[in-house]
Design a protein around this ligand. Sequence first.
Ligand code: LLP
Length: 421
Amino acid sequence: MGGTGCLHLVNGTLHVEGVSLDQLATRFGTPLYVYSRALLKERYEAFTSSFAGAPDSLACYAVKANSTLAVLGVLARLGAGFDIVSGGELKRVLMAGGDPSRVVFSGVGKRSEEIAAALDAGILCFNVESEPELDRIAAIAAARGQTAPVSVRVNPDVDAKSHPYISTGLRENKFGVDMDAARALYHRAASLPSLRVCGIDCHIGSQITSLSPFTDALARVLELVDELAAVGIALEHIDVGGGLGVSYNGETPPAPQAYAAAIISGIGKRKLRILTEPGRAIVAEAGVLLTRVEYLKHNGDRGFAIVDAGMNDLLRPALYSAWMGIEAVRPRAGPTACWDIVGPVCESADFLGKQRELALEAGDLLAVRTAGAYAFAMSSGYNSRCRAAEVMIDGENAFLVRERESLEDLVRGERMLPVDA
Ligand code: LLP
């Protein structure tokens, strides 16, 4: 069973804060993403307060995990920084009231217009992932008479021991540059007048459930920090990336406090501001996906509960074989059976969970737990399905923060060929 998350039973019905999921389904329809503002705040503050012992630190929430404006807005009001990977994410952060001077820009493929927009906004730092990118940032900044703040993203060749699709710190991954290349890049950056070398960056993967990959990577990055300091390249900050896991199915990731303590002690007496890029650890547990059982069917002795949310709404099970907790919104007293919880999409990978023991009837509501991170953000319109609505709960109040997509939305911007073509 996963972490406690934001769900609790009141009078036999699952609630998020003071609102019953039953009522939400009636009011807003399904599939529906539901977030708890209180839990979002709690997880953010648990994370940031664990770095209180460091002289200076900033949590830059990884926008990709959940980029819904209302989520970003809650975090912006709490003073969060943001880690972005596109001009689109920058736009969202600014719209949500985020402070651009707390934004770091990661990603291997920054386009020229995205770099220019980030310079316009006045972001804290570009996390540079290659030599041609460094040169492009330098040229764009020079042409605009600006100085671009840069860090080099180091690939420390450390195994995050996570799913291969979400491990990024190995040499075989496209991310960052190896230690030798990083050293050369720092010398190059220091020689370019339109760049200001301000930090160093590293991110080794996601859903990491032990401390050693973090501390191993940190030790390697610090070796380079010391080496650079010795040749007069003094860095202001170290960005240790994101990656802290959560509990989906009994995993026991380090608590934020243990994670922070390990990083603070690794850095020791070095005068470095600590930046982090947490995504999942902030939002995963604050969200659930609410879905309704459309049909029950059997193929031989295999039971299928066909629900109205599919892989287009929640891709993690299909893409990473991820296990997500699934519970009945009004648990039935009757005998349970074993069900594959599958969506309506025409793919065998379209499942939310397999072989789950539940007492189910058609029409029942199910809640997929721990669905605040990499869930709505990875949704699509595959099979021409409208993307789900999203609701933020604040105490007794439910705010619709994203309308359900309409059929008109699905075809917006498309054109038929002219009849005579
Ligand atoms: N910083 C960078 C540069 C990243 O690439 C990522 C995640 C993060 C921070 C945030 O990592 P977190 O704290 O959330 O682990 N879609 C996958 C996860 C992909 C993670 C991509 N990068 C999933 O659903 O498990």
